[in-house]
Structure formats: C-alpha cells, structure tokens
Design a protein around this ligand. Structure first.
Ligand code: ASP
Length: 441
C-alpha cells in the first residue's frame, strides 16, 4: 500500500535515477505527513468550500459517504475478532469485574454530562426570546428500551452479524471468547490443543483489520473535506445565527467535559498529554463522521497506541460506542431547557430530575450513528410533556451539534477504557507499544 514502484519490474534502474530512489515520492510524503494535520487541513478547506458554495456542495456527498462506508465496513469484523481474542486470553474470572467497572464509569460520566448540560442550560438560558415555530413535524419515535435490551440476544448469530447489530455481536463474541478461554485453561489436552488455532486466527484477524484501518485512514482527508463541506453548505449561516445560543451552550459544555475527563485521568495518574496525543485521531474522526460506531476502528487503534490490552478495550470500546453517550446526554440536557424556554415553560426541580433520569436512559439507547441523538431528544421532550414543535428548531442545527457530541461520546469511551485498564494493570509500557506499532507499518 505504501509503495508506488511497479512491483513486477525486475529491471535494474539506470544510474541517473539513483538519487530519485533516496528522494521520497509524493505518496510516501503524504503517508509520512501526520494524520491529524491531513484531517485538520481537510476540515478547514471543507468549511471554506461549504461557506462559499452553499447547498449545491451536496453533490460531493458521496465522497464523504465513501469514507463512512469504509469505516463502517470494518466495525463488525473488528469487534468480533478483538473481542474473541481479548475474551479468550483474559482469565475467565476477571471478565465480570472488568465489565462491572466499565458499566459503573459509563453511568457516572453520563450522569455528570447531562447534569452539566442542564446546569449550563439554566445558567445561559438558550432559546429565550425565540418564537416557537408554528409548524413542525413530529420527530420519529425511539424504540422502547425493553426492545433494545432483548435485541442484545440474537435469534440468529449470522443475522446479527449481517445486520450490524453491535450489542448482539458483542454478546456473541464474548461468549465465543469465553468458551475458547475456558478450553484453553482446561485440564483436557485435546481441548487446549483445539483452542489454540481459534485464538491464533482471532489474533491474526486483529492484525489484518488494523492494517486495513490504516489504509482507510489515508483516504480520510478526502472524506473529511466532503463531510464537513456538506454540513456547512447545508446548515449555512442563516439557520445558525438564531441558534447560536444553543450551539454555544453545547460546545461550551463539551469543552468542560473534556476538562472533566482530564481531571479524571489525572486522578488515576494517567499522562494526559500522551492520552490526548493518541485520542486526537478518533476525536477528529468522530467530529466529522458524526458516528461513534463508524469511528470505532480508529478508537481501537488509539487504544492500541495507548498500550491498552485487547482484553480490555476489545470489550469496553464497542460497548461504549453503543451505550455510552456523554456528549449526547449533555446535548439532551441543554436542548431540553432550550425547548422549555422557547415554549415558555418553567421546568420544576422534579421535572429536571426526571429529565436527568430519562436523558441518561435515552443516551444509553442512542445508536452510535449520525442524528440518533435527535430522536432521543424527542423522547425526553415527550416525557417532560413539552411541545414537539421546538424540536424542529434544534433539527436545523443538529448536524453541528452532532459533530461535537459525537466527539465527546468517543472521548468518554476512551477515557473510561484507559482508566479501567489502569486499575486492572492492563496497560503496556510505551517502549513496547512503539516497537509493536513499528512492526505493524
Ligand atoms: N451521532 C452520535 C454518535 O454516533 C449519536 C447522537 O446522535 O447523539 O455517537
């Protein structure tokens, strides 16, 4: 992938080209240029193109969709192989403890996030002075939570894989990994022998998938440019201006969440410069793709760079991409107050507490795909007895809010994974990580 010379050519090169061989080709230069810069430049150019061209920029949407598809294509096989490999090598007794910690931290950060969203909403008062839109479509209804729960247990494993049902795939991969792990630790030599090739296959699968992720990321800048240009071109400044208050509140809240994550990491003695050095790629990918699930391959790659062992991140990241949505919880909090303000309703303290509870549950039920949070917002709005019409105003700028909240969702998953790995002694030394990543190039 990284070579441009014709692999079939066996001719010795003429003398005159000897210097060319030491000079890098444009492709090698491109590959060597840090990803964050390539993405950053694409992002800025995308904003400029979107502002200049406006809505017609939507014609380049397929370039962005291609990036999303390439990432999405990797999610299910990656979740499957990393989880099987991780669960098979972890001691069966530790799985429950790690799972408990991951759930506990996910819940804690979500409660903090929605409280922050509501708190900032009360302080800033987004939406005061805005008129309620006279018309507005009723947003889609969210599926009942019990249905989401039952869907974790697939009737048919292959259907779950084919439909990309991440929670069901997590369940299937954990039980397969658990079974292989039990065989590997068994007294029976025949079972131990049979477990070995399955583990090796899963380990090899992880390496193959990461190689492909690296290749897909090289296409990333084109995808980033198109995705951002389309959002900016379609949102435009007209719909943004009256909504600046809500947009500002959500962005400020997310900045404060990042500060809260940093404090949490520091409390567990994690080097935050190193953490964010690795986290920046998934953060930026999440910002432009607006999909936690789609970003998962990049988040897993960052976890590898941080030296977190597969046994921990293979479980907690796919789970987080599906159930841990701190940014969405914060957005739901701030937007609920926005809707209340636009509709001229004063929420009581009890109603606010209800919004926290329903908002956290809603964020757990939110899928890691673009725009899912808007559906969850309507669930909370209807629970709070507020009119739907104002949700239409939020929908106008939802893409911009979705970018920030998805970035926060992904960061939260990685923070919790890093902390749990720390408490479990599941983090490799930086020197070993560097050696491994060099061998992966
Ligand atoms: N797009 C978000 C995510 O993938 C979900 C949401 O819409 O809030 O994490």
């Amino acid at each position: 992938m990284e070579q441009t010379s014709d692999p079939g050519s066996t001719q010795p090169e003429p003398d005159s080209s000897r210097t060319d061989r030491t000079e890098k080709t444009w492709w090698q230069r491109y590959i060597g240029f840090p990803l964050i810069w390539k993405f950053g430049i694409a992002l800025v150019l995308g904003v400029i193109a979107g502002l200049i061209v406006g809505p017609p920029i939507a014609t380049i949407e397929p370039l962005g969709d291609l990036f999303l598809r390439l990432l999405q294509m990797l999610v299910i096989p990656l979740v499957l192989v990393t989880l099987i490999s991780g669960a098979a090598s972890a001691a069966p007794s530790s799985l429950g403890r790690v799972g408990g910690k991951v759930f506990g931290f996910y819940l804690l950060t979500s409660v903090v996030a929605i409280s922050l969203g509501l708190g900032l909403g009360l302080l800033i008062g987004p939406g005061t002075g805005l008129d309620m839109p006279s018309t507005g479509e009723d947003p889609e209804k969210a599926p009942p939570l019990i249905e989401t729960f039952l869907n974790i247990f697939p009737e048919n494993i292959f259907q779950a894989l084919a439909e990309g049902n991440v929670l069901a795939v997590i369940f299937v991969a954990v039980i397969i990994g658990f079974a292989v792990g039990t065989m590997a630790y068994s007294e029976d030599a025949r079972l131990r022998e049979l477990a070995e090739p399955v583990k090796k296959l899963a380990d090899a699968g992880c390496e193959v998938m990461f190689k492909i992720v690296r290749g897909v990321l090289e296409y990333g800048p084109i995808g980033v440019f198109a995705l951002i240009a389309v959002v900016v071109g379609e949102t435009g400044t007209d719909s943004l201006l009256p909504m600046l208050n809500l947009t500002g509140t959500v962005y400020l809240g997310i900045a404060l969440m990042i500060v809260a994550y940093s404090l949490l990491l520091l409390a567990f003695k994690v080097n935050i410069a190193r953490f964010f050095g690795a986290a920046k790629d998934p953060m930026l990918t999440a910002y432009v793709t607006r999909s936690s699930s789609g970003t998962l391959p990049v988040t897993m790659r960052a976890a590898e760079k941080l030296g977190i062992r597969e046994g921990t991140y293979g479980f907690s990241l796919p789970l987080g991409a599906t159930i841990n949505m701190d940014g969405t919880a914060l957005y739901v909090g701030a937007s609920t107050l926005f809707v209340a303000n636009v509709s001229g309703v004063d929420l009581s303290f009890v109603q606010l507490l209800e919004a926290v509870a329903v908002g956290v549950l809603a964020s757990i039920g939110t899928a890691g795909v673009p725009g899912a949070g808007l559906i969850m917002l309507s669930l909370v709005i209807s629970q709070a007895g507020l009119p739907f019409a104002a949700v239409a105003l939020v929908a106008g700028v939802d893409a911009l809010l979705d970018m920030a909240r998805t970035m926060c969702n992904v960061t939260g998953d990685l923070v919790v994974t890093r902390i749990v790995a720390q408490t479990e002694g599941q983090v490799e030394e930086p020197s070993r990580v560097r050696k491994r990543s060099r061998s992966r190039r």
